[in-house]
Design a protein around this ligand. Structure first.
Ligand SMILES: [Zn+2]
Length: 329
């Protein structure tokens, strides 16, 4: 398995998302990112996904040479051996060995990790959660990636599957407005179905079906089914009141999920990252606003920091690189 013949000074980190594959060349002396590229995630086929990840590695190797290792962050259930069992946002990819294809194609040392766990490692070691031994990292993109730091260590679970808060069933309260939103995993009531990029669109669509949100529907080309999170953000930027109401409901759901995680884990900090936090700056303030009313004993416990991620959308790829580096060195 050794690749000492082509060992480089850098590490490649890959973050496989529901819509894009992000690849970063990272310097292990200080974990700064030299280059990041983004390519679309192919849909519905394990081999296509494996090839696309390989092509991202290949492209980065063309410009930077061979890395010492490759770490791949995967959106879903990936075990300690790098087998990707299931990911709701990359349907059709079941039981894919994330490491052997890349190893065979390039002769590199490769390891795969849960994407949220990778982001948590990066934020805990290098970013917003430095100095916090108990931290929750939630990255909101197409879905929700999560990572848990407990007692100074990142929790991976018995099988590698820990840190999937997006599929906590919190949003199907009787008569609650979260009722009826279908998650990518096929269940109704998942946190992700009301608190991710897809969740933002779900809320807007639900309201549009009741005749609300004309400006949002127009931005989606007049088709309710085509509403995406970006359309809500766009309408919000134009000062649309209905978009503000969508964000309001969205922030409420996000706060409910965070309050549940706090009840379980008692962290000192919550880090919010992922593409979604970037489209709307005031969103974290709104979540902070709501969070207290859902947290058990909120007035009788220390303030828990809720902060934006420091490493931005590259947290997952940096973390995957860091974990792979440590695994193989
Ligand atoms: Zn789900």
């Amino acid at each position: 398995m050794s690749s000492s013949s082509n060992t480089g000074a850098h590490v490649i980190g890959i973050d496989v998302g529901g819509t894009k594959i992000l690849g970063s060349v990272v310097d292990p002396s200080d974990w700064t990112v030299n280059t990041t590229i983004k390519r679309p995630t192919p849909v519905g086929d394990a081999l296509l996904l494996s090839d696309a990840i390989g092509d991202v590695v290949d492209e980065l190797m063309q410009t930077h040479g061979s890395p010492s290792a490759v770490g791949v962050g995967v959106p879903g259930l990936v075990d300690h051996d790098g087998i990707f069992h299931y990911g709701p946002n990359v349907q059709g990819v079941l039981g894919l060995d994330m490491t052997s294809d890349l190893h065979q194609r390039f002769g590199l040392d490769v390891m795969a990790f849960n994407d949220g766990t990778a982001a948590a490692v990066a934020e805990h070691r290098l970013g917003a959660a430095v100095g916090h031994d108990n931290a929750i990292i939630v990255a909101q993109g197409t879905g929700i990636a999560g990572g848990l730091v407990v007692g100074g260590s990142v929790v991976t679970g018995a099988h590698g599957f820990a840190g999937e808060p997006g599929h906590m069933l919190i949003a199907a309260a009787p008569n609650g407005s979260g009722d009826g939103h279908l998650c990518a995993c096929g269940r109704v009531g998942c946190w992700e179905a009301v608190s991710s990029g897809a969740g933002l669109a779900n809320i807007a669509r639900g309201r549009a079906e009741k005749g609300r949100g004309t400006a949002i529907v127009e931005l989606a080309g007049g088709v309710v089914a085509d509403i995406r999170g970006e359309h809500v953000a766009e309408a919000m930027a134009l000062g649309d009141n209905e978009a503000a109401a969508v964000f309001d409901e969205f922030a409420t759901w996000v706060a409910r999920g965070l309050a549940s995680l706090v009840a379980l884990l008692d962290p000192s900090i919550i880090v919010l990252g992922g593409g979604l936090t970037q489209i709307n700056d005031f969103f974290i303030d709104k979540v902070r606003d709501r969070y207290d009313s859902y947290t058990v004993g909120a007035g009788h416990r220390p303030v828990i920091l809720i902060v934006p991620a420091q490493l931005g959308v590259e947290a997952g790829s940096i973390g995957a690189a860091l974990m792979a580096h440590e695994r193989f060195s």
